[in-house]
Write a protein that binds this ligand. Sequence first.
Ligand SMILES: Cc1ncc(COP(=O)(O)O)c(C=O)c1O
Length: 484
Amino acid sequence: MERGAPGDTARAWRTGKEAMLPPHSAPGSDADWLALEAEVCSHGDTVHYARQPRFFARSHGSYLYDNRDTPYLDLQMWYSAVNLGYGNERVNAAVARQLGTLPQLAPQYLHYERVELAARLVDGTRRAFGAAGRVHFDVGGSQAVEDALKLVRLRTGRQRVYAFEGGYHGRTLGASAITSAYRYREPFGEFGDRAEFVPFPYCFRCPYGKRRETCELYCVAQIERKFEHPYTGAWSSRTGRSEFAAFVVEPVQGTGGYVVPPPGYFERLARLCREHGMLLVDDEVQMGFYRTGRLWALEHFDAQPDVVAFGKALTNGLNPLSGIWAREELIGPDAFPPGTTHSTFAANPLGTAAGLEVMKIFEERDYALAVERKGSYLLELLRDLARAHPEIGDVDGLGLALRLEICQADGYTPNQELADAMFQRGLAGDLRIGGRELGLVLDIGGYYKNVITLAPSLDIADEDLELARDLLDLVLIECKQSDR
Ligand SMILES: Cc1ncc(COP(=O)(O)O)c(C=O)c1O
């Protein structure tokens, strides 16, 4: 499946002799395309994290294919945006139907899919948390987070929030202010509304040096301690009110390395928020839509949110539609009146048609059961793998959000180089297994950039889970050998 390449067009453009034309006919290689990309695309996104960025030509199910039609098993599915597999026929057909009827509509008018999708999300959230609420649509996860923050300010009149070390909420200005990594903010001046960051319960590397079996949730006790007396600077003993308007959480940290909190943690944190007038904002952009085996990951933890932000897998990655759900008292018409926020492409009909089909699929099949079964099987395979490789320091997961923490041979010291080598090796697309040539799509997260975060398709076949184990094994063996 060779594709037309820029060739002469790129060269002519570089010498400034000819206007840039869309390349379409001349035969060429990915090297030509890379040369053109290097000149015309900004490098400000994440493409150039890879030493050798890779083009893909098509996708299907759990696989991406390059221009030689080599299959790459994708264990990250666009950071958990494509939960129902590439080219899902039902979701694609829903979008095609919408294309043929009402593909475009300005957001001040209504279409049926928008209302039905909102109704299904409201219903699913009511079943999850027992609360009545409404949905507001946005574009992209970061904007949903921005609007969640607007809602918090509108409700409380306050702007300071707590968030977690290792948390990731997006790259717009407001979302960067509550994302812990300073490097995302550093080039852009002062962020007066920067969150107060507290440690997440990352038990493999407990920030307090405790052990999960005996700690009695010391980490949440440290947050509770801020509200024991008024001299911690967190609250007023006169009104009982916190200076902080909200706590923004990821129930399972995504970019932070698929860190699963211990039972009981969020229950106590939610109680603390309730008692001190802080809203609990649940960022489900990465873990929502059954990634962990529930519509919302927070459902595992016996805590009720006030606001839920969602995106990514809502449309199976076909459209950047996102949104927020909030309790009625926060988002009803009196609290959140017309024009409070707006975006041209929010609630776009192609996105709502895709989202509606995704919700129907989740309602028709028992994904809670399927994800739990597949997740336990993959966890078991990965634990086997860890027995053969002491460099895998931690294996954990919830549903089909799993982590492999890559370390030195001591099983603890973070080994970013080996994790990165595994990522690059998978992308080379020439892993030989069972007489086949394959690639492997991985993503690296974690505080030390040493965690392989696994988010396979929720519909992945059992034999592909076994292939995932074999490919990870092969990549580890090869990367360790080449390191010697
Ligand atoms: C938890 C979480 N929140 C927000 C975002 C931002 O979403 P987007 O990249 O669509 O702006 C992400 C993206 O990875 C995320 O994982």
